[in-house]
Every structure is written in C-alpha cells, then in structure tokens.
Design a protein around this ligand. Structure first.
Ligand SMILES: Nc1ncnc2c1ncn2[C@@H]1O[C@H](COP(=O)(O)OP(=O)(O)OP(=O)(O)O)[C@@H](O)[C@H]1O
Length: 380
C-alpha cells in the first residue's frame, strides 16, 4: 500500500535543519508532498538560496523517507523561502533584538541593546581567554578548549574578538560564512563548536582599522544578532593586551570568567599579569591561568623547557587562582591550527589534547559557579 501524506510528514518531523537545529516540519520547510506508487516527491524550502548544508538536508530527508515501508524512490525539489518566511523564522527563534535598542547604556556606535548573556537568568558561562601579549597561543587555546568542552557534551559558542589577529575560523577549519536569515546571523559549526569572527566580515589580508566605538558595536552585534541558541559556554578569544574591547566585553558579559594564557618565562608572566589586573579592575573574575608551550618532549622522552619554567605557577600564585593546565609545545598543534585540523578533534589521545580535555573538565566541574541557574525552579 502506498504511504500517506501524514506518514511522510510524521517521518520528517524528527529531521532537523542542521543550522537551526529545529524540525523541518516545525520550520515550515516542507511545502508539498506527492506520492506516486512507491515514489515520493517532496518540496523543501531552504532558508537561503545558498544554504551551505543543503547536502545534509538532502541526506537527512532522503534517509528518513527511504526508511518508510512502501517507499523505493525519493526526490526532493528545493525551493527558497520568501522574505516574509525568513522574517517569521527570525522572529520565532530570535525575537527582534533591535527592538531593545536604547534599553541599556550605549557607547559610541553601539545601540545599547539587551545582551541575553548579561541576564541574571542566563545559563551560559562566558569564558574569556586573555593574554598580555600576542603569540602566546591564546587563539590555539580558545579553539582547542572549546572543542574539548563540546566533547563533554556541551553546546559551545566561540566569539573571535581578537579583531586584529582573527584566526579562529582558520584554526577550527570553518569553510563557510554565517548564513543570514532576515537580520539574524546563523554561525557556522565545526567540530561541535559554533563560531563568529571579524574574519567573516573583513577581507583576508586587509588590516582592520576600526575605532573603539565601532568595535563596541560589532561586539554588540556578535552577542545580539547571532542565533547562538543558548549555549552552555560562550568562549571569547580576546585581543592581546588590555584595550577597549576588554572594557566593552566587561559591560556586555558582566559575569564573564577570565582565563589568562601565558608562556613559562618570567618576562611573559609580568605582561600577562597586567591583563589580569585590568580584568579585575573592570570587575571581571579571573578564574585561572593556562600555561602554554611549557615543554617540548624529544624523541628520547626527555622534556626540554625551551621557554624556561614556573611562569604559569608563579602568575597563578600572585593572582590567587589555580594553574589549570600546562600545554606542551607540539609541532602537530601548530600544523593542525594552520590546516584547520585542531589537535583535540583530530588526535584526541595525544598529550596536548589530553591536557585540553583535563582543563575542560576542571572548568566544567571544579570551577563551575556555585549558584547555578535552574530553569525548572520558579518562585511562586
Ligand atoms: N602548544 C603549542 N605548540 C606548538 N605551537 C603552538 C602552541 N601554541 C601555539 N602555537 C603556535 O604558535 C603560534 C601563535 O599561536 P596563536 O595564534 O594561538 O597565539 P595568540 O596568542 O592567539 O596570538 P595573537 O594574539 O597574535 O593572535 C601559532 O602558529 C600556533 O599554531
């Protein structure tokens, strides 16, 4: 007996749009269904014409329908949603963040919109990865730590706020820019991590010459116009040093937890300390120190401390916070970053990846804020 339209719709209900992670039926993407004997034809309206994951939708829809008894052949006609459809989706998933413009203190070009992560009830922990100077491996730590958190089953978002040295998309191996649905940006996802970066909006090889107020606005948009879908962790790659951006972020993410990355030599540690003091001055909580490039292990198993030793531990003691991990210097980590194959994703058993896994556990478990948000608890 031929399948019915109702059976087809029910089979498609669990199929999710891979970007929005919502049922294609609930999103009203299934526009028509036709059955001719054992052949099924469905029309699927995509959110955008160049949907970067069209092939995934194709596979998921085809797989779900071919699994039905009585279906031998599935063909999909792809259409594109109208502007009204897109506006409806944006409204239902994301509301209209621009409507809250002016409700908060605005700076420069920023509009003073409500940042959801600043709400006392937000379940998202904002981890800010800071360093005193460039080149200590802050972005590498951000990328690998984020994947390690995702590997623990968390929903993880990464904001590349290192506006002058944006490198997160390349390190993670992101191959497409965000999708725009009405005025909502849907970030690309790779290795279980969603990310947004200035790199998507600036030409490659072009210097970003933006004044502080414009950066403030860009960050406001990253936190309000992007459909983050309530992540467990929002990991922010800060620019090195102690500039405007840290100030803006302190305002947008008042419960942010700062983790300072440093290398083992004492000189680096003094600069890192400045970044930590700056964070404390703007009332952000410094929660831990991460030492990077701690040692190199030779073929004979000998550890060489190329950049000295003890800097991370000493900085942690001075700041009164734990040293949460020491990441070894490994050529595979650099090669992986250059090629968009982060070591935690491609070689999870390696020494460096294990350090990131242990740090993710420490942050997730030992350093979890004591006052957790329980949406199921209500005061009545
Ligand atoms: N533990 C490590 N082992 C080997 N190479 C590393 C390690 N950490 C970082 N690197 C490499 O060092 C270089 C600088 O790292 P990265 O870009 O992460 O630093 P950064 O502090 O974010 O710098 P900037 O702020 O200037 O962007 C990169 O080529 C990276 O691959």
């Amino acid at each position: 007996m031929a399948v019915t339209e109702t059976q087809i719709i029910e089979a498609l209900r669990p199929v999710e749009d891979p970007e929005l992670r919502r049922s294609v039926v609930d999103l009203d993407m299934v526009r028509s269904v036709g059955v001719e004997g054992s052949r099924v034809v469905v029309e699927i309206a995509l959110t955008t014409e160049r949907h970067p994951l069209r092939h995934v939708i194709d596979e998921r829809v085809t797989g779900a329908l071919e699994a039905l008894d009585g279906v031998d052949h599935v063909s999909i006609d792809f259409a594109v949603m109208s502007d009204e459809d897109r506006a409806r989706i944006r409204q239902s998933l994301h509301g209209n963040p621009a409507a809250s413009a002016g409700s908060q203190q605005g700076h420069g070009h920023a509009e003073g919109r409500r940042v959801p992560f600043a709400d006392a009830g937000s379940r998202t922990r904002a981890l800010m990865i800071a360093s005193g100077k460039g080149g200590v491996g802050k972005s590498s730590v951000t990328a690998n730590l984020s994947i390690a958190l995702a590997n623990r089953g968390h929903k993880v978002a990464v904001v590349d706020a290192d506006v002058w040295g944006f490198s997160i998309p390349r390190m993670l191996g992101v191959d497409h820019p965000p999708t725009v649905i009405d005025s909502m940006l849907v970030p690309p996802e790779v290795h279980g991590v969603r990310c947004i970066s200035m790199g998507f909006f600036a030409e490659e090889d072009q210097p970003v010459i933006w004044r502080g107020p414009m950066l403030h606005k860009a960050l406001e948009q990253f936190l309000t116009d992007v459909f983050w879908d309530e992540p467990d962790f929002l990991v922010v790659d800060l620019p090195p040093g102690t500039g405007d951006i840290s100030l803006s972020l302190a305002q947008f993410l008042p419960r942010g937890e700062v983790y300072v990355v440093t290398t083992p030599q004492p000189a680096a540690q003094r600069v890192a300390q400045r970044a930590a003091f700056m964070s404390q001055r703007v009332q952000l909580d410094v929660k831990g120190v991460i030492e990077n490039m701690s040692w190199f292990t030779g073929d004979d198993g000998t550890r060489y401390e190329l950049f000295g030793a003890g800097g991370g531990a000493e900085l942690a003691t001075r700041l009164g916070v734990p040293l949460i991990g020491q990441v070894p210097l490994v050529p595979e980590l650099r090669e992986g970053s250059d090629a968009g194959r982060p070591i935690v994703a491609v070689d999870p058993d390696s020494e460096a990846a294990q350090v990131f896994a242990a740090m993710a556990e420490t942050i997730d478990v030992s350093l979890a804020p004591t006052r957790r948000h329980h949406p199921e608890l209500k005061i009545i």
